[in-house]
Design a protein. Sequence first.
Length: 95
Amino acid sequence: MIRKRLEKNDCYKLILCDFSMPEMNGFQCVKEITKLVNAHNNQAQQSSLQLLSNQRTKVKVPYLCCVSAYPIENIAEGAREARVNEILPKPILKA
């Protein structure tokens, strides 16, 4: 879904992902999203220099939140390395 948005020179403003997912953890997911957006922006910079007809424009990396049932102090280091903007503890309770 991220790739399809990037093809339209658009991206989500906020991405919420669970830290524990079946195929990859939330930090791996965040790193992959950031890598996709950065690759798009690099292509956008090159296309603006070359004045290509299918010109790409830069997009902003979304605000990235991981939701986790693990204690925040146990995953804080990984979050910093992955450049996660926010860790939200589970369960999320209605105020």
